[in-house]
Design a protein around this ligand. Structure first.
Ligand code: MG
Length: 458
């Protein structure tokens, strides 16, 4: 560019910016004196500028999976090491039922893909790994991406010397309200358990009678087991007993524990759509905070009918794989809460997108937070919970001594609120020596059958 054209362009740009002669005083013209074509110094080679004074450009040195099982659930954590000595990030990649497959995806494919890449370009890393396999959007690869994505946010927080929630906009609340899990064999036992959590400061409690998701068993030995059908580890459920027991449980808990506590319940998708709708209608008088996953993903054709049949708030999406699955139900106001497993949808980056989308449709968050989310994953979603405005509720988790030994810096619970470690990134670490004491297994027994042995889908 000739000098005269250059100067005209500079003048018009400064006029547009409204800076005029002040720009010279601020030194914005300085680069021009050295022959640059714009007042802003270009980077040139696409490398992220060196924001942190004294630090060399940071690139990924290695990506590895750490598998551990300190409390009975297989956990997978991704560790991203960088060219900056001592700088690494951690992310949750836990698909507990197929943990070894995620380890293979990370170590056989992700490491090679990532080595040498710029740690700063999180969105680009997410998008590029997502399409790098061409076929995509399954739980194994989504969890692997989550591990990478969350680890890169951890690194960015450490580079900025800030907790991740600061990078997401800072706090919208002082701490994170959580719900506890109450259970028992009878409605009275459930109510007693709820009271224990109320006494400890919890304002929200999820209630399940019987086994997880409520077995509704009417006898110890199911017909299919007596007939020698199915597998030794199969669980038995009688859906009709379950459907009758839940309203009685709600009635007893309200009677014993009063109106102030917020009550939640998970149907776990295990009954037919009309059965779920009929039961939710019976729960309306007990004012549930929300009912979780009334329909399996295969029954999405019933969402509209469900919404039109009841005013009870609905949380959905634990089995969703992709944030695109939320678009239609949000736009149609079918759900009230985003109930998804953050690592399953690909990590913090997509979780922030779906959370922000929910703000425009009056839908709030309720991330999945059980034992098969690693403490790193709990921390990552807790940083989202702190930052977003449309937070709803968080599934709480109190970490055992073993978990805390493997994962120093775990979030803590006090009076029903979760608090994050305020250190840089997620404020967490992993002790690989401790992690190695708890090897993962390859067992998986999530099958539930009804009396004749038919598989019941979650
Ligand atoms: Mg659930």
């Amino acid at each position: 560019m000739k000098n005269s054209e250059n100067q005209i362009n500079r003048r018009s740009l400064l006029k547009t910016l409204g800076l005029g002669s002040t720009a010279g005083a601020l030194g914005l013209l300085a680069p021009m004196a050295h022959g640059s074509e714009t007042p802003f110094t270009p980077v040139g080679d696409g490398t992220t500028p060196n924001y942190a004074k004294g630090m060399a450009p940071v690139r990924i040195k290695s990506v590895k999976a750490i598998a551990t099982r300190p409390r009975g659930s297989n956990l997978i954590v991704v560790k991203v090491e960088t060219t900056e000595p001592g700088l690494y990030g951690l992310g949750c990649a836990t698909f507990t039922q197929r943990a070894a497959a995620v380890v293979t995806a990370i170590e056989s494919y992700m490491n090679d893909f990532c080595v040498g890449k710029d740690v700063d370009n999180i969105e680009d890393m997410w998008q590029s790994f997502y399409v790098s396999s061409y076929w995509r959007n399954g739980p194994v690869l989504n969890n692997a991406i989550s591990g990478l994505d969350q680890a890169l946010w951890d690194i960015k927080g450490k580079r900025a010397n800030m907790p991740v929630y600061q990078l997401l906009g800072g706090k919208s609340r002082f701490a994170i309200p959580c719900y506890a899990h109450a259970g028992g064999r009878t409605p009275e036992a459930v109510a007693d358990d709820v009271q224990k959590f109320i006494d400890r400061g919890y304002k929200h409690v999820r209630i399940q009678q019987g086994g997880y998701g409520a077995t509704g068993a009417d006898k110890d030995q199911a017909d299919f087991k007596e007939a020698g059908y199915g597998y030794e580890s199969d669980n038995y459920m009688n859906p009709q007993i379950y459907l009758r027991s839940v309203p009685k449980m709600f009635e007893m808990v309200r009677k014993q524990c009063g109106e102030d506590v917020e009550l939640l319940h998970d149907i776990h998708e295990r009954v037919q759509p009309t059965e779920a709708i009929n039961m939710i209608n019976k729960l309306e008088e007990f004012r549930p905070f929300f009912i979780e996953d009334p329909l399996s993903p295969e029954n999405k054709g019933w969402w509209k009918e469900l919404r039109q049949s009841t005013n009870v708030p609905i949380a959905m999406g634990e089995l969703f794989n992709n944030i695109n699955e939320f678009l239609d139900p949000m736009a149609n106001h079918y759900f009230d809460y985003i109930r998804c497993h953050v690592s399953q949808i690909g990590g913090l980056t997509p979780a922030m997108k779906v959370a922000r989308l929910g703000e425009w449709f009056g839908v709030r968050t309720a991330w999945h937070g059980p034992g098969d989310v690693s403490p790193i994953g709990h921390a990552a979603q807790a940083h989202i919970d702190l930052a977003i405005w449309n937070f709803g509720i968080q599934e709480g988790r109190e970490f055992s001594e073993e978990e805390q030994a493997v994962f120093p810096g775990c979030p803590t619970m006090k009076d029903g609120y979760m608090h994050v470690n305020e250190g840089p990134g997620y404020g967490m670490d992993i002790n690989e020596k401790e992690a190695a004491k708890f090897p993962i297994n390859t067992r998986s027994n999530w099958q539930v059958r009804n009396a004749d042995g038919t598989i019941i889908r979650p």
